[in-house]
Design a protein around this ligand. Structure first.
Ligand code: S3P
Length: 172
């Protein structure tokens, strides 16, 4: 059974979606940000502060590769996981990838204290969205456009994931 992988901007609800979907399908919930923090023994803001973004990206690649080896998991990725092709290649080998495309206007309205790339300047959300959008689309097997609620997005993902599993099993 393929993993269910969530990609999308910071603040797009990947972690909460992963909780809903892991319960629904009885899958283990993995979170690459959390895996990075556990491996480093530091929070993400601390990693950025002490070692810089490049070091964080290296740890993130290791976390994506490790998560891709899991079975029966929902994998919530950090918003920048799409910046390295190797991350997405590894995750696509064992998973179906969903891009939750949340309206950046909704994202900026929230508090981003724990997110180093957004905290300083919320206009950054719009710039990140513009530059990353093509990458999210490139790597997603399924694009889930803006929905009013998280539950509606979860429902759309669940239906498409079920269909993907069915077609994989009928292909033998
Ligand atoms: C990042 C997103 C964060 C985290 C790190 C970098 C990014 O994850 O990986 O702060 O580059 O967009 P979330 O998308 O879970 O906030």
């Amino acid at each position: 059974m393929k993993n269910l992988v969530l990609i999308g901007m910071p603040g797009s609800g990947k972690t909460k979606l992963s909780q809903i979907l892991s319960r629904r399908f009885g899958l283990t919930a993995l979170d690459t940000d959390q895996m990075v923090e556990e491996a480093a023994g530091l929070s993400i803001p601390e990693i950025f502060e002490q070692f810089g973004e490049e070091h964080f990206r290296q740890l993130e690649t290791q976390a994506c590769q490790k998560a891709a080896r899991a079975q029966r998991a929902v994998i919530a990725t950090g918003g920048g996981a799409i910046l390295r092709e190797e991350n997405m290649t590894a995750l696509a080998e064992t998973g179906v990838i969903f891009f939750r495309d949340r309206d950046p206007n909704a994202i900026v309205k929230e508090n981003h204290g724990g997110r180093p790339l957004l905290a300083e300047d919320s206009s950054r959300v719009f710039r990140l969205y513009e530059t990353r959008y093509p990458l999210y689309l490139r790597y997603a097997h399924h694009h889930i456009p803006h929905t009013d609620t998280l539950e509606a997005a979860a429902e759309q993902i669940a239906l498409r994931y079920e269909a993907a599993l069915k077609s994989a099993s009928s292909e033998g």
